[in-house]
Structures are given as C-alpha cells and as structure tokens.
Write a new protein. Structure first.
Length: 254
C-alpha cells in the first residue's frame, strides 16, 4: 500500500469533530505528527467521534502481531468503544462538559461523568494512541532525547525494558502499561486497569502524566495468537514499537 495514500486515508477516516464543539486531543495530534502523517487536522462531519483507520495494513505487523487479531481488535473492539462513547455523550449533563466534549475535558472531569463514558472514551483514546505507537519493521531502541532520558532514568535501555515488561505482566486482569512524562518532566512507568489512562483525574490512577508509550494487555489484543501467554505477546510487541512516535510525544511540549 502506498504510504502517502495510507496516511491520507488515515486522516480522512480519523476522529471527526464539530468545529467549536468536539476537538481531537493534543496528545493524539502529537502522536499523529510524530508518526509523520501529513498533518494533524481532523475532518468535521456530523459532530461525532469515528473510528480512525489503521496507519498500516492489518497484516503489516506480522509475524509479531497477526492479521486476524488486528482486524478484530480494530474493527470490532475499538469500533465498539467509539460507538458507545458517542451514545454515552448523548446522556451527559450539559452543565458538566459544556460545549467542550474533548478528551482533555472528559478526562479532567471523569469522576463526575457516567461510568460508560469513562470506559468508552478511555477505550477510544487509548486505542487511537496505541495504533500510532506501532509500525512495521519497528522495535530496536529509541534515539535522541528519549533514549538519553531513558538511560538517565533507568540506567540502561535493558533495565527500562525489564521494568516496563514487569508492569505489563503484573497488571491483573485487563488494562494497560504506560511510559509517561510527568508534569515535572520525569519519565515514569505505570499501569492502569481496564480503559483508564494516566490523563484521567482519578485517585486510582497512581501516576499521572502525558503518555509516551502504551501497551494494551487486554486478552483480546493477543489471545488468538498467544492464547493466555501474555509474556509471549509482550516479547513480540517490542519488535513493532514505533520509537519515532514515542520520541515525538516525549520531545513535544504539552
């Protein structure tokens, strides 16, 4: 598939917004920009969020993540989060969010909002970010400022990789592992349950910050290929990490 056409298709099918009402979050914009897409502008069409197309073919991450898993994960699971997020937004008291139905506003006021919106807005946001943090022929080690900070914070890339893998393995049940940049500018590893993320203003989110790296450890992300062997999935995922996107997220000021 032509890369430029793929990127244009990704943008055209990405989350849609109504001008002045629904906007994409700055973190996602940074992820798309860091992933070298044409631009970070999303198309207004009806005032609802929609499913972003994958920025690569379903089979592009093989043999590490299989085609069928990507199809089901994206077309079924992620789409369900988008559809249910739109339904949940229709039920929200307008005085809570006002006209700014952005991820930032939703996550900031998440404790005051219905559980359905927490789960599905989180699911939509997390997955939209997740796709940009993987790429064909990825993996290896980061370069630039992120690489320097990882080595400074964790002493070595191998130690960072060990700690991140450990966080992903120890997340009980469904959830996510994260590398975040805190408001103090420090790199920290954390994990969250279900579809929560480090941007949510929740007491249960122990470490808050801007995502730099994200790993989905729900079983639907790996069960078809790896069954219940989460460790095998995580080991495979390291081979498709998009460090260019992660570097962009780390280096761009919030």
């Amino acid at each position: 598939m032509d890369q430029n056409n793929s990127r244009r298709d990704f943008l055209k099918k990405s989350m849609i917004l109504t001008a002045g009402a629904i906007t994409t979050t700055s973190i996602l914009n940074k992820a798309f920009a860091a992933g070298h897409f044409a631009d970070d502008i999303f198309i207004a069409d009806g005032g609802k969020y929609s499913l972003p197309a994958l920025p690569y073919a379903y089979d592009a991450l093989e043999p590490h993540i299989d085609k069928l898993t990507m199809e089901i994960h994206h077309d079924k699971h992620h789409k369900a989060y988008v559809d249910n997020m739109n339904k949940a937004l229709e039920t929200v008291d307008g005085n809570i969010l006002g006209s700014a139905q952005t991820f930032e506003n939703i996550f900031d006021k998440i404790e005051k909002l219905p559980g359905a919106l927490r789960n599905n807005a989180g699911g939509h946001y997390n997955h939209s970010l997740f796709w940009t943090l993987m790429k064909p022929n990825g993996g290896g080690e980061p370069k630039g400022k992120l690489a320097e900070e990882i080595k400074s914070t964790f002493e070595s890339f191998e130690e960072f990789k060990k700690q991140f893998t450990d966080a992903a393995m120890k997340r009980f049940g469904s959830g996510w592992a994260w590398l975040v940049k805190t408001k103090e500018g420090k790199l920290m590893i954390t994990s969250t349950a279900n579809q929560d993320n480090p941007l949510m203003n929740l007491a249960s989110v122990e470490i808050k910050g801007a995502p730099v790296l994200a790993l989905d450890v729900w079983e639907h992300a790996y069960y078809l290929k790896n069954q219940n062997k989460r460790a095998d999935y995580i080991a495979s995922w390291w081979n498709v990490v998009n460090w260019e996107t992660a570097e962009g997220l780390y280096s761009t000021k919030k």
